[in-house]
Structures are given as C-alpha cells and as structure tokens.
Design a protein around this ligand. Structure first.
Ligand code: ADP
Ligand code: GLC
Length: 491
C-alpha cells in the first residue's frame, strides 16, 4: 500500500480560503479509494479548534529548531476522519491560533516564514511519533515548498525518510512565499543552498522556488496552466525555473466532490433537480433572488448571472466593472458573493448601489449562499486573467448553470464553447482579456438563453460533464510511482 502524507495549508472542512481547501478535502478520499494509505497534515488553526472535534494529543512539546531557537509544538490528530483516514495537526497557538490563515485583509502576517518553516520541520517528528514512513509526501503551494528540500537534505538521515519521494502541486504560481534573506538562517539549511540554483530569488528567499527545484515531480491543476506557467506572462518570475523542470511537470485537472456539489442531492438548495427534471431549478432561482432581496416579479424572466469568488486581480473583475453599464442594458440581472481586495469590494458596492433592482451583492464568505447561487442562476461568470484550474465553473456545469469564462488555465480545459450549429459545447468562452470580448461572450449567452430549446440542450450538455476525482486520483498514483522510481533507482 502506497503511504502518502498530504501536507497542506488548508483543507475542508477545517480551514479554507479558496479552492486548495476543496482539493485537500476531497482528493485524499479519492486516493484512499485507489488503495493509498493517505494521511493529511495541516496547522491547528483557530477554525480547526472551533470545529470542536475530539483531537487526540499524539505528541506534546515536540521540539524543532528555528535558527538558533528551539521551539516546541504539539501534535494532534483525528485517528479516523470520516471513517477513513487520519488527519494530523501541528498545534502552536502562538503561530496558528489567529483570526485568518495567512494574514489580515491588509497584508500577510509578519511571521509567515517562521509559521511555515515550523510546519515543514514538524513533518519529521510527526512521522516518527505516529510510526508512519511515507513513500510520498505530497506538498501544495509555497507554504510547503521547503519540505522537498528537507526531505533531500536534513530529513534523509532519518530511517523514516530514507526512501521518501516528494510531489509538489502548484495551485497558484503567483503566490510564492518570498522573504528577506535574513530569514534564511531560520530554515536551518546549509548556507550553500542560498544560491540562485536553489532558494535564492532576487536577493531574498522563495519557498515555492525551493519546492520547484527540489521536488521529484511537479504537478499543477490543469494541462493548460502547466503550459502557461512556462511563459513570462503567467510564470510570475518563475517561468524559467518551471521550464528547467518541464520534464517532470504534469498537468492534472482537479476533480469535483459531487457529494458536496450535486443538485440531485444538495440539501441546502430550495429544491433538488436533475437534467431530466429541471423544474426544481425555477424554485432555486426564486430562492436566490429572495436571498439577495431582488424582486422576483422583475427578474424571474431575465437571465440571472452568478459570481462567487475571492475578489482579487486574478479573477478579472476589472473587466466586469468596465462593462457593467453595457451589461445592464442587456436585460439581465447579477448576483455576486465575494470578498477580497478593498478596491474590488468598493467597486462592486458602487455598481450595486447604481443598479439596486438588478444587482444583488453580498460582500462576505457564505457556504450556503454559494450553493444557492450555483443552483439558482442561469449563468456563471469567471472572466479570470489567469485560472490554474477553477472549481466554480466545474460545479456550475453540474448545476446546469452555464459558465461564461475566459479561455485560460483550467477554464479553457473544462469549458467548450457552445456551437450553435452542432449543438455541442457546455458554455461560452472568450480569449482576449478585454471588456469587448467579455461582453460579446455574454451577449452570445443571452441570445442563446432566449432560444429555449437550445438553452435546454446546452444545460443538458453541461450537466452531463463528469469531473469526478477518480480519473485524476489514478493519475496522481501513477505520478507517485514515477517520483518513487526517481528516488529509488531500479536495482
Ligand atoms: P480560488 O481557489 O482561486 O479562490 P476556485 O474556483 O478553485 O478559486 O475555488 C474557490 C472555492 O472557494 C470554491 O469552493 C468557492 O465556492 C469558494 N468561495 C470563494 N469565495 C467564496 C465566498 N465568498 N463564499 C463562499 N464560498 C466561496
Ligand atoms: C488556486 C487556484 C484555482 C484552483 C485552486 C485549487 O486557488 O486559483 O484556480 O482551482 O487553487 O487547485
């Protein structure tokens, strides 16, 4: 049985800021179904404590060094999470018992380097304590970028890690964990590793770069994004490093957890429905209009466009704001759930005020409302500047809520532009990052919406899409074996 330690900085239902939590909450289950002995590790954040579960104390005052300091933390665990596998936590309240995961809305926590060096260093004592010698450590994003370095250097001396291979998944290359070079000493790594071919990056240190250089296999969450990040436009300064590793880089599309996102079984939406009986979707539309206090009389017949998102530059909302007046002339309504950078919070608050009868806005995070939007809208908008995979368009397809997306990353890999002649396709796509192209895609969507038979066909196409995890989990298992074969040469 392949032993996999899955180290992540967020996982449903314990801690979430975005799609990484969806992935970490559902991929391990799928790996388990493929026969892996998978276990998860994440920090014991405040939101973890607040779940109030029976976390067992597995190790007390476990010590690691950070620079010249000896720091202790506890190891906790749920020994069988959801009748399935263990989830471990590193508890150090001084680091993780905070309101947010990575920083307050205005900026990152000042000690993020220490917080994630500590997590990474605790991997070894954790495995020793629980008697788990992983074949694979599967790391995610910059927060775990140092682990492949430790596995290839200081952890190698432990019997537990003598044959361990590492896989690093990039969920977003724009976030890299860049810190001042003064913090290098905290890593405890040999000074020679502060070099351009290892951790050094424009005079500082870069955790994601470290992972990219040292992991045996690198993956990212769609094929298209795996190509894009090799170019300067999408590589955020690391495209050269990624190109150097292109032989070991694979795009593995994220899956969806259809136990959570399925209109036939969803228990928070107003009425369940299937592609054979769509009548429930009408009730869901009424329900979401009600939730946003939009008049049903005025909006029920209009196409309703939904957005659920972190409001950050990545997501392309400057285009939406740019075309808002034109959009409102097209006779549609819009509901938006999101929170993020102040600039976007304010921009959307302004347009919502200008069109109070047609735009519903909730600035915040709301899991239940996210389900209601997926179920109650006719269309879902994701005009992202870049999108490593994107999950909401995948959920939208299942709910028959037609995605309108920019052809980038996972959006390009999961959405096929609807062809009016053949009736094939599951959504609408545009290429150039311009308001004009976005508007043209929305116009095409609305025109199609008004041809009821065509729209029904499109909904059926969308709902037939199957992005369950099984296929991708099988692919990860293949890549785990490939990583192992690199650390344990045959013979
Ligand atoms: P990203 O990880 O870049 O934010 P994804 O599309 O991969 O984008 O995943 C976003 C996840 O976070 C989805 O599960 C989505 O429903 C959820 N989400 C984002 N913003 C909100 C919000 N304001 N309220 C509820 N859920 C949200
Ligand atoms: C990141 C990306 C998103 C992806 C998610 C999960 O947050 O922005 O596109 O779906 O990770 O892999």
């Amino acid at each position: 049985m392949l032993k996999v330690l899955f180290v992540t900085s967020e996982a449903e239902p314990f801690a979430k800021t975005g799609g990484l939590a969806d992935v970490s909450g559902s991929l391990p289950k799928a790996l388990r179904n493929e026969g892996c002995d998978v276990r998860i590790l994440l920090p014991f954040y405040r939101t973890v404590r607040e779940q109030g579960l029976n976390y067992e104390l597995l190790g007390e005052d476990v010590e690691v060094t950070l620079g010249d300091r000896r720091i202790t933390g506890d190891i906790r665990g749920l020994l069988v999470w959801e009748n399935d596998f263990p989830v471990y936590f590193v508890q150090k309240d001084e680091f993780y018992d905070r309101e947010f995961l990575y920083g307050i809305p205005k900026g990152d926590y000042f000690d993020n380097a220490e917080r994630f060096i500590f997590l990474s260093k605790m991997v070894l004592p954790l495995c020793e304590k629980v008697g788990f010698a992983p074949d694979i450590i599967h790391c995610h994003d910059w927060q775990t970028g140092l682990i492949p370095v430790y596995v290839k250097t200081v952890f190698r001396n432990s019997a537990f890690f003598s044959e361990t291979a590492t896989v690093l998944s990039i969920h977003n290359i724009a976030y890299q964990g860049i810190f001042d070079k003064g913090l290098f000493a905290q890593t405890g790594l040999a000074p020679a590793l502060f070099s351009p071919s290892a951790l050094e990056y424009w005079g500082g240190i870069n955790f994601l770069k470290a992972g990219l250089v040292f992991a045996d296999i690198i993956t990212t969450v769609s094929k298209k994004y795996s190509q894009e990040i090799q170019t300067p436009d999408y590589g955020y300064g690391l495209d050269g490093v990624v190109r150097d590793r292109s032989r070991d880089l694979y795009g593995v599309l994220n899956g969806a957890d259809y136990e959570e996102w399925n209109p036939a079984t969803d228990n928070v939406i107003a009425s369940r429905y299937t592609s054979d009986d769509l009548s429930g979707k009408v009730k869901c539309k009424q329900d979401v209009l009600r939730a946003f206090k939009l008049s049903r009389k005025m909006n029920m017949e209009l196409p309703l466009v939904g957005i659920i998102s972190r409001l950050v530059d990545q997501k392309g909302f400057d285009l939406v704001v740019e075309v808002m007046d034109e959009l409102m002339k097209l006779n549609c309504s819009l509901v938006l759930l999101g929170i993020g950078d102040r600039r976007y919070n304010e921009l959307f608050a302004t347009v919502a005020k200008k069109y109070p009868k047609r735009i519903g806005l909730k600035l915040g995070y709301d899991r239940v409302l996210a389900h209601k939007i997926e179920a109650g809208c006719d269309m879902f908008l994701m005009p992202s500047r870049y999108e490593p995979c994107g999950l909401n368009q995948i959920y939208s397809l299942k709910y028959g809520t037609i995605p309108i997306v920019r052809a980038t990353g996972g959006l390009d890999d999961t959405v096929q532009d609807f062809d009016l002649l053949s009736g094939e396709g599951n959504g609408f796509k545009f290429n150039a990052y311009t308001g004009t192209e976005l508007l043209a895609a929305i116009k095409k969507a609305i025109k199609t919406y008004n041809e009821k038979e065509r729209w029904r066909q499109l909904m059926k196409n969308a709902m037939a899409a199957d992005f369950s995890w099984e296929r991708s989990a099988k692919r990860y298992v293949e890549l785990y074996h490939r990583a192992i074969s690199k650390t344990r040469p045959a013979g």
